[in-house]
Design a protein around this ligand. Sequence first.
Ligand SMILES: [Zn+2]
Length: 165
Amino acid sequence: MSLMKIRHSKIKYIIIHHSVCQYENSESKIDSATFQTNYLYSNVMQLKQPDVNYHYIIDKIKDEYYITIGRPLFSLCDFPDISPDYNRSSIHIALLGSYDFKIVERRTYEILSYRLINSLLKQFSLNPSRILLHKDISDNKTLTCPGDFFDKNALISNIRRFIIK
Ligand SMILES: [Zn+2]
């Protein structure tokens, strides 16, 4: 896939996805752990290519959610349906699988907030208003990413709960 593009712009946004927006194989919608987790690790660890097009991926392994680094923050992810300004200045985070079909568990929002997003907000001096959903900024008006079941208000309330002052 794409060669690594180095980031030169300041980080201004955090964009939330579910991984079917990039990796559409239908099995993964039902069982993301079986059909996507191995792919994720083999790309990062064996091929040494930054071709997972997200900076972070959250994935349930057995009974808990874990965050995986897909692409280092100094390289850009590239989405043809969002404007270059967002492409240059965003951190992309994906929930593994499809949330058009599955409810997002409360634990997902907690882990996302507490272990990842709150520290990114602090590190890059961002306000929670800089957290956007892929569908909010896409040219594709039928896009549902990060899924019909993703509740942005639930994410924001967890972020406020764990905010680092
Ligand atoms: Zn997306």
